[in-house]
Design a protein around this ligand. Sequence first.
Ligand SMILES: Cc1cc2nc3c(=O)[nH]c(=O)nc-3n(C[C@H](O)[C@H](O)[C@H](O)COP(=O)(O)OP(=O)(O)OC[C@H]3O[C@@H](n4cnc5c(N)ncnc54)[C@H](O)[C@@H]3O)c2cc1C
Ligand code: SF4
Ligand code: SF4
Length: 433
Amino acid sequence: MQSQIIKESFDTLVVGGGIAGGEAALNLANNGYKVLIVEKDLSIGGKMILLSKVFPTLDCAACITTPKVSEISRHPNITIFTKSEVKNIDKIGAKDFVANVTKQPRYVHVDDCTGCQLCEEACPVSVTDQYQFDLVGRKAAFIPFSIASPKVAAIDIENCTLCGACERACPTNCIDFTQEEENYEIQVKSVVVATGFKLFDPLMIPRYGFGLYKNVITSMQMERQLAPTRPFNTVLRPSDGKMPDNIAYVLCTGSRDLSVGNPICSQICCMYSIKQAQLIMGSLPMADVTLYYLNIRAFGKGFNEFYDQAKGMGVDFTKGKVAKITEKENGNLILRYEDIETGKVSESEHDMVILSVGVLPNQDANKLFSKEDLKEDRFHFVNQPDILASPAKTSIEGVFVAGTATGPMDIPDSILSAGAAASETISYLSRKK
Ligand SMILES: Cc1cc2nc3c(=O)[nH]c(=O)nc-3n(C[C@H](O)[C@H](O)[C@H](O)COP(=O)(O)OP(=O)(O)OC[C@H]3O[C@@H](n4cnc5c(N)ncnc54)[C@H](O)[C@@H]3O)c2cc1C
Ligand code: SF4
Ligand code: SF4
């Protein structure tokens, strides 16, 4: 049976509730425009809400994101659909758009859930936790993470055995297995695409041993180990829970590498690796940290000083291209690399390796429009046809783009880009009036 289609209208549809989408929505809402944010995940906040501290200031990411996310979620001009998907967007008439949006069931009534976590305690099913990047487990009834917005439980129906333990434990009776998807037809005057980026999958480079050697992890997994809401109370290597004392970073994993189809620089990996190295030295003062790099790109405000600070703290920078990683019986890892300064092939031993994975385009953006053509640049990010004069403009009139949907960038640049998208949208909407 076809479920009922709910019709609503807004001034702007923002697709993606990361820092760029949230900031664009907030700017629009503060100027009196009604905004709908459609976010596919269970919480808004994107990748930033899961970071530890941010370069180059080492401010706590959660301390910046949490008030921002709370302002966005409480704003009277902003409506948020989480766990929702834009099926397609079409132009109607010369200027308006209609979007078909599907809200997937969470199996929990959001307004009644207090976030008490009693359902989590009762649930007997454990699976890996995607919000801790598979470092630990979570239950099938779960709150995504402690600073999620909304901080409300969800049922992972694919792994749920329907045993009913969560329903029995819930003090507010808000778990509801009869929930179905809801379909919306949303009329809007403008669209902001803020679908963000994807992380390079290191399984694409089998010679680095990710997925095979437990002590080879990604930079996002290390972010979680360093975050205040981290899975363990310190930095641990996964194979045996030992505190590592000789850690290596492999920069440019999946960036500037035509052999994996990504020739461009990810712009953030040098700086987040330098940040993590400093945080590790704070967390494990006896540990040695070596960054294997091709070039250090410390181009932003305060970045070079941040790089110098890391060198001053004793972080070792080795200009070298890592060819292969192998594992010893004790779980330690041997890095075979070309020392670029001497031209010699060398080997070194570390007890943990972090792959500084790069930024890839999220090609969801290009699938949003069924009849119009949201053009991509040659690297499959959303194209900016007038990048110098009007950086948020896209190939479709009335559709703007914010943040890393246009290419790799850090948080300050994502926020600037979101500001540009909001102001170009406001100027477009006022011209329409
Ligand atoms: C390991 C690591 C460490 C970092 N450390 C720093 C740092 O210290 N300082 C710094 O400045 N930057 C750092 N960054 C970069 C920072 O994460 C990005 O600049 C920032 O997250 C970009 O925000 P965004 O909103 O453009 O994208 P995202 O964070 O990717 O958000 C996009 C949002 O859109 C949603 N979405 C995607 N597709 C759809 C769809 N089809 N429908 C609905 N919703 C959708 C996603 O679920 C997500 O919530 C780091 C990045 C990494 C990987
Ligand atoms: S019904 Fe599903 S989510 Fe609830 S406790 Fe049982 S397995 Fe967990
Ligand atoms: S679903 Fe019920 S038990 Fe679970 S967090 Fe919400 S109120 Fe608590």
